[in-house]
Design a protein around this ligand. Structure first.
Ligand SMILES: [Mg+2]
Length: 299
């Protein structure tokens, strides 16, 4: 018995990090931001890139499906535009007023003395704005966002380690390039062929659900996937997370999909659905509590 007690004392907590997607995970889809964002992306494609209105829906779907985000797809097929301009256009007019402070979620998060990190494909300005609206700006150790995985300075995405910023703080603006439609890969035509032979062009943008993006995020934030719970509303991101050994929680449905270890209708159900997170706390008497990397969200 004594041995068993000692063993339990020495046992590490099952999880030491919670990794959260932002949009439609920390607040419900019904807030309407996703729908508005989708419309803004379509408007951007017409107004800024001069794409024919009749092609927008099909093109957008193909790009999203094949590249993770429409933005990543647009870059892959040859459109050139300024990332900051794109983000401010598609996020700038979102109905942020629909997001209200969420004291229930805030209390839940604050009751967990383990690392909590945001991992979003969106840009830093949007992430900070959403967290502020939800009243959660001080609940996370850091944010891995678009700028973190795509550090841009000069004209290109940099591979230089020194350019990587965990919290996506001030990033030198990308080169102000104008829309360039000279060599656009016709992805609609590509998929309309019975047997598309040519390979799809690659995107320079690193984003979920690419495994590379997730591995990079884990490395930057010094996260061990086997001791981390990954919360996401996107099934394909959950499946990608599973491929890198993360424990996965699908949010927004109680229906577990392939790749999801847990499924929550709402993030508010966290305590009921994943009680192990709190149980771990009991077993970790003497847990240092000090975070490995303390970086305030409000950089
Ligand atoms: Mg999401």
């Amino acid at each position: 018995m004594e041995y068993e007690d000692r063993y339990l004392q020495a046992q590490k907590p099952k999880y030491d990090c919670l990794l959260f997607d932002l949009d439609d995970t920390l607040y419900p889809l019904s807030c309407g931001l996703a729908a508005a964002c989708g419309q803004n992306i379509k408007d951007y494609m017409v107004e800024h890139l001069g794409i024919e209105k009749s092609k927008i829906t099909e093109l957008g779907n193909l790009l999203y499906k094949n590249y993770g985000t429409t933005m990543a797809g647009l870059r892959a097929i040859g459109y050139d535009f300024d990332y900051d301009e794109y983000h401010s256009y598609v996020h700038g007019r979102l109905p942020y007023e629909n997001l209200k402070p969420d004291p229930v979620l805030r209390n839940l998060l604050q009751s967990l003395p383990i690392r909590k990190v945001i991992f979003t494909n969106a840009d830093k300005v949007h992430a900070l704005r959403v967290l502020a609206k939800l009243g959660l700006e001080d609940c996370f150790e850091g944010i891995i966002c678009f700028e973190t995985l795509n550090p841009t300075h000069k004209n290109t995405i940099s591979d230089d380690e020194d350019d990587i910023e965990f919290v996506g703080s001030a990033v030198t603006a990308a080169a102000k390039t104008t829309s360039n439609r000279t060599e656009i890969f016709d992805i609609i035509d590509h998929f309309s062929r019975p047997n598309p032979g040519a390979e799809l062009p690659k995107t320079p943008i690193v984003c979920k659900p690419s495994v590379t993006a997730i591995e990079r995020a884990l490395e930057i934030a010094n996260i061990n996937p086997q001791r981390t719970l990954f919360f996401e509303d996107s099934v394909r991101n959950i499946q990608a997370g599973k491929r890198v050994d993360l424990h996965t929680v699908l949010v927004g449905t109680s229906q577990r999909e392939k790749g999801a270890d847990y499924a929550l209708e709402s993030i508010h159900n966290l305590r009921q659905a994943v009680p192990e997170i709190w149980e771990a706390e009991i077993k970790t008497e003497g847990y240092p509590g000090k975070l490995a990397r303390e970086t305030p969200v409000t950089a």
